[in-house]
Design a protein around this ligand. Structure first.
Ligand code: NAD
Length: 357
């Protein structure tokens, strides 16, 4: 029997509610497909700060490093917003990504037929959308030095550094190429090279790496235009390759094409070692504890974990099929309520998904 060690970081806000459903899905699938999955839950984010005064305790990071895959829900809450930056839950995320060398973040944006009416965009604009955002995750302005604030002067200053070297750009380009080769062989690299030197290096390096691939079409787009095009004609994109900051913003924008940020999963990968699989959304403090969160992004992240992290392809597909079946029967959480569906709670939708498996 195959055995897997998974670390679960359920984090803050809606994290524990949506995690419970993924745990039950994994238990069901392990029976159905006859694999053994050991799920170790560890403190991470705001809850880890409360317990250990550190949003990413060493014990948690060590367990993650020793695992086959990490399943992460979400972290953060306004109550932590005034803590020193290194103690905030979001800093824990950056620490985890750096500790596991997770340089590639992969965010598929796929329209589910039964949700065509749930998007704020017109049906005909979104119906053929099937794209992947490949975002560089451990470089760029979120990690660049120097960074800080100068506050002992009359006029205060804040500053960050957007920096990439060519090696960092090459390795994320190679990930995008690998993905594009199994799809339509089209990459659109997004930058701001008309203004930023770092983006010019990005564009030159991506072009150089992509030029070695005969059967690949590379286009380049400025990030402001990309934001506009994602709303105007999202189906023109297949693989979007971009840096940390631009990917953060564009992938949330792309998420809304699907109808709700509660639908989008992601995988963060290194060249070897465990990946982290997590929904794109945050901890949604406004709805935490109400049992109304959409657990589907977390369930789809669990599917990505099974597929990419554990190579359990059939079990992974099973989750996707179960979700499509539940949605096509008209069941929704309230974020997807279009006035013409059966609105269920987070736990009820979870039960429906498990019944379908
Ligand atoms: P958010 O994604 O938490 O919420 C944005 C909006 O989407 C809210 O209205 C929320 O209710 C809704 N939403 C999000 N997930 C949902 C779901 N599964 N079902 C239904 N509705 C959902 O973003 P935010 O409000 O900007 O941030 C809240 C906190 O989350 C902050 O502390 C932020 O730093 C943190 N955050 C964490 C992550 C992460 O853990 N990876 C990502 C983004 C934000």
């Amino acid at each position: 029997m195959k055995r897997y060690k998974v670390v679960l970081l359920s984090g803050d806000g809606i994290g524990p509610e949506i995690s419970e459903i993924s745990i039950n899905i994994l238990k069901r699938l392990s029976q159905k497909y006859d694999f053994d999955i050991e799920i170790k839950e560890k403190y991470f984010g705001g809850i880890a700060y409360e317990k250990h005064n550190d949003p990413a305790p060493k014990e948690t990071l060590d367990q993650c490093k020793a695992s086959d895959a990490v399943l992460l829900a979400c972290v953060g809450d306004v109550k932590y917003d005034n803590l020193p930056r290194e103690l905030r839950p979001e800093s824990g995320l950056l620490k985890l990504r750096a500790a596991l060398n997770l340089f590639a973040n992969i965010r598929p944006v796929k329209i589910r037929k039964s949700l065509l009416d749930s998007s704020s965009l017109k049906k005909e604009v979104i119906e053929n959308v099937d794209l992947i955002v490949v975002r560089e995750l451990i470089g760029g302005i979120y990690f660049g030095q120097p960074r800080g604030q100068i506050t002992n002067t009359k006029v205060k200053k804040g500053f960050n550094t957007m920096v990439y070297d060519s090696k960092e750009i090459e390795r994320i380009t190679e990930v995008a190429i690998k993905i594009a080769k199994n799809r339509s062989k089209k990459i659109c690299s997004v930058d701001k090279s008309n203004v930023l030197e770092v983006s010019q290096l990005w564009r030159d390096t991506v072009s150089e790496v992509a030029l070695k691939e005969n059967d690949l079409t590379l286009s380049n787009m400025y990030v402001d235009n990309a934001a506009m095009q994602l709303v105007k004609e999202p189906s023109q994109f297949d693989v979007i390759l971009t840096s940390n900051l631009f990917g953060d913003i564009l992938s949330d924008l792309a998420a809304m094409i699907t109808g709700s940020i509660g639908m989008l999963p992601s995988a963060s990968l290194s060249s070897s070692g465990p990946g982290v699989f997590e929904p794109v959304h945050g901890s949604a403090p406004d709805i935490a504890g109400k049992n109304i969160a959409n657990p589907i992004a977390m369930a789809l992240s669990t599917s990505m974990m099974l597929k990419i992290g554990l190579n359990e392809i059939e079990a992974a597909d099973d989750i996707e099929i179960a979700i499509d079946n539940v949605l096509s029967k008209g069941y929704r959480t309230s974020d997807l309520d279009n006035g013409n569906c059966k609105v269920l709670s987070c736990s009820e939708i979870g039960e429906k998904i498990i019944q379908e498996i």
